[in-house]
Design a protein around this ligand. Structure first.
Ligand code: ATP
Ligand code: MG
Length: 180
């Protein structure tokens, strides 16, 4: 499974539709301070189901929508699409290419799609849970995260190990079943 493409539009500093193709090997993104490097990583986390505005450096979720500049009006919608090469079927999907889209409008309306089929946030989270890619995973390590893992309580650290071991999905299913 490989990250192939990300398309960002109206998300944070990316007012215009911006498409980044990832080739084989390692990709580095460089640019001056404030040019949007971290915003790209946040777009990846957001489309994979991040629900904490704070962890995206915002107060509330609509803060991710392009808020305008001196020369440009704010936009009404943020949209991010990510495409994975899934020819090894690492992601639990019959498709060789998995495309996930998330949109958010200023009125708070959200849309999620997997391969252009409308779905729920939970479906997006389930697609990535236990793959090492989910919103709680370690595939994206932001500044301060290493320190927070060291300083976390034993129960929190256990959850981290469970996610890494791949049992979190079953635990969450069990919790849901007990509630229902
Ligand atoms: P550094 O090298 O300092 O880490 P960076 O390349 O990671 O910088 P980012 O933090 O990704 O830069 O981008 C910050 C820029 O994004 C700021 O100029 C900020 O004004 C802009 N920005 C953030 N949110 C929005 C938004 N909702 N609308 C418009 N611009 C935004
Ligand atoms: Mg940065």
């Amino acid at each position: 499974m490989k990250l192939r493409t990300i398309e960002i539009s109206g998300f944070k500093s990316f007012a215009d539709k911006t498409k980044i193709d990832f080739k084989d090997g390692i990709t580095g993104i460089v640019g001056p301070n404030g040019s949007g490097k971290s915003n790209i990583i946040e777009a990846v986390r957001w489309v994979m189901g991040e629900t904490s505005a704070k962890s995206l450096r915002g107060g509330k979720m609509p803060d991710v929508i392009f808020s305008g500049t001196e020369k440009r009006k704010p936009l009404a919608r943020a949209s991010v699409t990510i495409i994975f090469d899934n020819s090894d079927h690492f992601l639990d999907s019959k498709f060789d290419e998995v495309m996930v889209t998330r949109r958010l409008f200023r009125n708070g309306e959200s849309q999620y799609e997997i391969n252009k089929q409308e779905c729920r946030l939970r479906d997006v989270l389930n697609l990535f849970i236990d793959t090492g890619l989910g919103r709680e995973s370690f595939s994206i390590i932001s500044q301060g995260r290493v320190e927070s893992i060291f300083n976390s309580k034993p129960e929190e650290r256990r959850a981290i190990i469970e996610e890494a071991a791949g049992v979190l999905e079953y635990k969450q299913d069990k919790k849901r079943a007990e509630k229902e």
